[in-house]
Design a protein around this ligand. Structure first.
Ligand SMILES: Cc1cc2nc3c(=O)[nH]c(=O)nc-3n(C[C@H](O)[C@H](O)[C@H](O)COP(=O)(O)O)c2cc1C
Length: 368
């Protein structure tokens, strides 16, 4: 997995066998566990230069050294936010965490679609629960914006109450909170995106934030499988609230881009390169609906060009995960260099000036 970028360090540490190819031959979840362990042990490379001023930006009032984040699901239990930040991510989102620990679905539950640089997962919010994440994060200095992504236990009698617990637990500790109602792997969860349910959820979440006496930004993470009416409903509801922003998007239940490929019929959410077109179109369509509300673009970023496209489609910041499985960690560096080059080529001085510059092309699906 993303250990590929660490091979020189691993060689020094006598772990030369853990190269990228070895990791790609491993079962996907085992490889992920090995990557987290390597990060915990301090084997990750650290960025040795300061990010250039072209990449400094702000998101919901947070000052970011660069607008590239690690998406939720990589560090579910807040084990390695600091190494990830030192590696050069401008944001690190841990979780999804649920109030109580839960095992998630039976293994295998994580699959590579090698021919398409895609991933299918049906992890099912496997995590050690709020307390474990809280204890790890308490007092930790993370040199990046730290997001805590909160969710609901699968067997919860009241999903909304679980999100409220998440706000109460992490409001003082996180730089921002993400309300994740878009995982396809917790039955019923995505129903919270519907009109009345969303109104009640956001009402209670934002009341809990007010009671916690913080102004920690709260973002909502949505699915790319919403249709036009579904997006209209989300936009209508959130614009009536104090919600700070949206993350577009989670994984898709669609299989169109990978039909016929190995593992494509596995149940779960599809991510990586095959998600790029759909998630970028949804991002642009939400940008058209929400004015200047901060948006984080996620889904299928796999190159400097695809990263730049998210900004053109309306993202103020971006996140990625799956491409690191195939591309290795030097992808982060390549993306950041590509963004700087894109800013300069457009005759601008900062990435923020590119936000939404091709929103119509991306929303209509004309751009590639
Ligand atoms: C193995 C795996 C686990 C994930 N777990 C979570 C999660 O717990 N919470 C969440 O909000 N998103 C989760 N995601 C979704 C990612 O955060 C991201 O939205 C999605 O993968 C699209 O980005 P990508 O194509 O760059 O991977 C997960 C994705 C993968 C591949």
């Amino acid at each position: 997995m993303i250990l590929s970028a660490f091979s020189p360090l691993l060689r020094n540490a006598g772990l030369a066998s853990l190269t990228r190819d070895t990791l790609l031959r491993m079962d996907a979840e085992t490889a992920h566990g090995a990557t987290i362990t390597a990060l915990r042990l301090g084997l990750a490379p650290q960025q040795e230069y300061a990010d250039p001023p072209e990449l400094a930006t702000s998101l919901c009032g947070l000052e970011l050294k660069n607008p590239v984040g690690m998406a939720a699901g990589f560090d579910k239990n807040a084990e390695v936010p600091r190494p990830l930040a030192l590696m050069g991510f401008g944001m690190v989102e841990i979780g999804t965490v649920t109030p109580r620990p839960q095992a998630g679905n039976a293994k295998p539950r994580l699959f590579r679609i090698a021919g398409a640089d895609g991933v299918i997962n049906r992890m099912g919010f496997n995590n050690e629960g709020h307390n474990a994440a809280f204890e790890r994060l308490k007092g930790l200095r993370v040199p990046a914006a730290l997001g805590v992504n909160i969710g609901a236990n699968k067997d919860s009698e009241d999903f909304v109450a679980d999100y409220v617990l998440g706000v109460q637990r992490f409001a003082d500790l996180a730089d921002y909170l993400t309300v994740n109602i878009s995982s396809p792997n917790t039955p019923g969860l995505r129903n919270l995106q519907a009109d009345e349910a969303l109104r009640r959820l956001l009402g209670e979440v934002l009341t809990a934030r007010a009671k916690a006496r913080t102004r920690v930004p709260v973002l909502l993470k949505i699915a790319p499988d919403l249709d036009e009416a579904g997006m209209d409903a989300v936009a209508r509801v959130i614009l009536d609230t104090d919600l700070d922003g949206l993350i577009v998007s989670n994984t898709t239940i669609s299989r169109d881009p990978v039909a016929g490929m190995e593992n494509a019929t596995e149940t779960g959410g599809l991510s990586g390169k095959p998600l790029f077109a759909l998630s970028t179109q949804r991002l642009a369509q939400m940008r058209q609906r929400v004015g200047t509300l901060p948006l984080v673009g996620v889904g299928g970023i796999h190159s400097p060009q695809s990263a730049l496209a998210k900004f053109e489609a309306g993202a103020n910041a971006i996140q990625l995960y799956s491409a690191l499985v195939f591309g290795g960690l030097d992808l982060l560096d390549r993306i950041k260099r590509g963004l700087v080059a894109g800013v300069r080529a457009a005759g601008k001085t900062n990435i923020a000036e590119l936000v939404g510059s091709r929103v119509d092309d991306w929303s209509s699906g004309r751009a590639e």
